[in-house]
Design a protein around this ligand. Structure first.
Ligand SMILES: CC(C)(COP(=O)(O)OP(=O)(O)OC[C@H]1O[C@@H](n2cnc3c(N)ncnc32)[C@H](O)[C@@H]1OP(=O)(O)O)[C@@H](O)C(=O)NCCC(=O)NCCS
Length: 185
């Protein structure tokens, strides 16, 4: 990889660039449409990729949903940079961030199945949380959580997407990595 790409935590000044680079994908229904304030509110979840001049050329976020469980969301590479390694760099960094946050399972909802499979994500059926956790997650106002729960109100966002999950190192001993273990309360 010859392009010099730096991945760093996002700053509030980056929101304009994050919105600009995600806009074409939001328009095509690849990413969920969110008001500007949502980007500011969720800024601590975001990492950005920058080129050698410091321009923001990619972004992605880790959203914590429950104990040990999070989601990679709003992953995007600027159109001119697609296919040049930005996405893979961001996913590596987001997975490292997820481990720091004490997560051992990461979910994503995507059309980019092969891309995420390269990072160990596999397609899942159903919703891998216990009934009790499901009930608690239902209290969230977050659309991404609603998508994870496969709720009817967000069906237009999820249609055609694949639900994928990866187990990270650091999963507590005693858990079976390849079963779809239900999160506990
Ligand atoms: C998914 C996405 C973030 C990947 O970012 P990226 O920087 O293009 O990804 P990379 O360059 O790291 O890897 C893309 C792969 O496709 C290949 N590729 C080649 N040309 C490509 C092109 N024009 N566009 C995309 N990928 C291309 C790359 O070589 C690489 O192959 P590999 O996985 O075998 O290594 C990016 O395509 C994107 O922004 N998509 C729209 C938003 C989206 O769907 N996000 C996911 C929602 S969870």
């Amino acid at each position: 990889m010859s392009h010099k790409i730096e991945v760093r935590p996002a700053r509030s000044q980056d929101v304009k660039a994050i919105r600009a680079l995600t806009a074409p994908y939001v328009e095509r229904g690849l990413l969920v449409s969110k008001p500007p304030v949502s980007y500011y509110e969720s800024l601590p979840e975001f990492l950005v990729a920058c080129d050698a001049d410091g321009e923001v050329i990619g972004c992605g976020a880790v959203h914590v949903m429950w104990k040990g469980l999070g989601e990679i969301r709003t992953l995007a590479a600027a159109p001119a940079w697609r296919g040049r390694g930005v996405g893979h760099r961001l996913v590596d960094a987001l997975m490292a961030r997820a481990r720091q946050l004490g997560l051992w399972r990461l979910f994503c909802l995507t059309f980019e199945v092969d891309f995420f499979a390269a990072h160990g994500f596999t397609p899942i059926e159903g919703i891998p949380v216990s009934h009790k956790v499901f009930e608690q997650l239902m209290r969230s106002h977050d659309d991404g959580v609603a998508e994870f729960l496969d709720l009817a109100r967000v069906k237009p966002n999820t249609l055609g997407n694949t639900r994928m999950l990866v187990h990270l190192d650091g999963e507590p001993a005693g858990r079976h990595r390849h079963s779809h273990l239900k999160c506990e309360l």
